[in-house]
Design a protein around this ligand. Structure first.
Ligand SMILES: NC(=O)c1ccc[n+]([C@@H]2O[C@H](COP(=O)([O-])OP(=O)(O)OC[C@H]3O[C@@H](n4cnc5c(N)ncnc54)[C@H](O)[C@@H]3O)[C@@H](O)[C@H]2O)c1
Length: 388
């Protein structure tokens, strides 16, 4: 029996242990799922979820997917084409989403009946989306964020799960992992990590919703650690792309990945002393870092940037190479840089700092190896809360 099925059939005592706060009534009501977002990963996540809601009795069959409406070159609306063909022809062509998926361009209508909200849009749109959703969602709604990125505000960095919790007043888990969307769309084996705050019962429900024999999901009690891994690896992937563009070879790329992982861990622990070392060994940590540095879109566009000697901007390359998909690493590098400079930590994070300075043209792409291991002033010790 698969872990997902085991979870579905677990005796109630296990789900209502002192750590869990879901009531029996809630457990027995059918949950209704809406996915907010319909890009490349949003569409694949919807496909995974829709295959499970048909099988699991604790979920309504129908999965609503909010579509940021676009008019296609044919003149048709994207949401109408998705509902007609069961395919997201722009962001995931050639893959059927499942007949129980309904594309809905009306955000309020899409979330109205849902008690399980899956957020999966590029992070820069989330503040606006949350603003529109205030007062429009069910009071008992639970959320999960698949979004990699953060917002930097005057008072400091704000993770997307925190933005959702603060603006909408609901609990928010996260799901991150080594998950390049088009590979999962083809049902190739991969793993993912759910991060939860306190409620293990809710985490198990999210695991059940996503788990398939080719998509193995496990849960850890470390929202910030999981989310920061997913967010920060995109900055390292930009560095890996520079190395590829400069044809520096595999050893150099591995060195950038190692330094990057060290900075990911130090940065996460400086911001949140609760972050666990073990999280970096889950799919959301080292596995996601590896896949993103080998195959992701951030690496690909950074490679082109370095090949052009930094003369063609990331905005131009993104528009040219990604057909409407969004790059996260460059904006995350800027956001991380803002945090580092605000807190006086720039010298502690030579790789993160260098990646941003290359992205904005202050340093040439070759600086990735000249500056990244500029001996930090002290070793990045674990749990260094004293640097706050
Ligand atoms: N693609 C992947 O392989 C992958 C894997 C894991 C996580 N993620 C993360 O998932 C999140 C979503 O990425 P994706 O790949 O689904 O998207 P995407 O980059 O493929 O597509 C961009 C999406 O943004 C929408 N959009 C454009 N303008 C908008 C606006 N003003 N307001 C709201 N939406 C707008 C588009 O309609 C489209 O759905 C990101 O945080 C990404 O880091 C992606």
């Amino acid at each position: 029996m698969s872990p997902a099925m085991k979870a579905e059939n677990q005796p109630q005592e296990e789900l209502t242990s002192p750590e869990n706060t879901i009531s029996n009534d809630e457990l027995h009501q059918k949950s209704k799922v809406t996915v907010v977002g319909s890009g490349n990963w949003g569409s694949v996540a919807t496909k995974l979820i829709a295959s499970n809601t048909l099988k699991l009795t604790s979920f309504h069959d129908e999965v609503r997917m909010w579509v940021f409406e676009e008019t296609l070159p044919s003149g048709e609306k994207l949401s109408e084409v998705i509902n007609k063909t069961n395919e997201n022809v722009k962001y995931l062509p050639g893959i059927k989403l499942g007949k129980n998926v309904v594309a809905d361009p009306d955000l309020e209508n899409a979330v109205r009946d849902a008690n399980m909200l899956v957020f999966v849009t590029p992070h820069q749109f989330m503040e606006g989306i949350c603003r529109k959703l205030v007062g429009k969602i069910r009071e008992d709604a639970e959320a999960i964020s698949l979004i990699k990125g953060m917002e930097v505000k005057m008072e400091g960095p704000c993770m997307i799960s925190t933005l959702i919790t603060e603006q909408l007043g609901i609990n928010c888990c996260v799901l991150m992992g080594a998950n390049i969307a088009h590979e999962i769309a083809q049902e190739k084996f991969s793993e993912a990590t759910v991060g939860y705050r306190t409620n293990r019962g809710i985490a198990e429900k999210w695991v059940r919703l996503f788990y398939t024999p080719y998509f193995i999901v496990s849960a850890v009690q470390d929202v910030e650690g999981v989310e920061l891994c997913g967010t920060l690896k995109n900055v390292v992937a930009i560095g890996a792309g520079f190395v590829d563009g400069l044809e520096m070879g595999n050893n150099t790329k591995a060195a950038i990945m190692r330094i990057g992982l060290r900075e990911m861990k130090a940065f996460s622990k400086l911001l949140f002393s609760s972050v666990k070392d073990s999280t970096f060994f889950e799919s959301c940590g080292v596995a996601d870092l590896i896949t993103t540095c080998l195959g992701g879109r951030n690496r690909k566009v950074a490679e082109a940037f370095a090949k052009n000697g930094g003369k063609r901007s990331f905005d131009v390359l993104e528009a040219e190479m990604l057909q409407g998909q969004k790059l996260q690493g460059v904006s995350t590098a800027r956001e991380v840089y803002e945090v580092l400079s605000h807190r006086g930590w720039l010298e502690l994070f030579p790789l993160f700092t260098t990646v941003h300075e290359i992205c904005i043209g202050h340093l040439p792409p070759t600086a990735i190896v000249e500056h990244s291991e500029r001996a930090p002033k002290f070793s990045l010790v674990e749990g260094s809360a004293q640097y706050y």
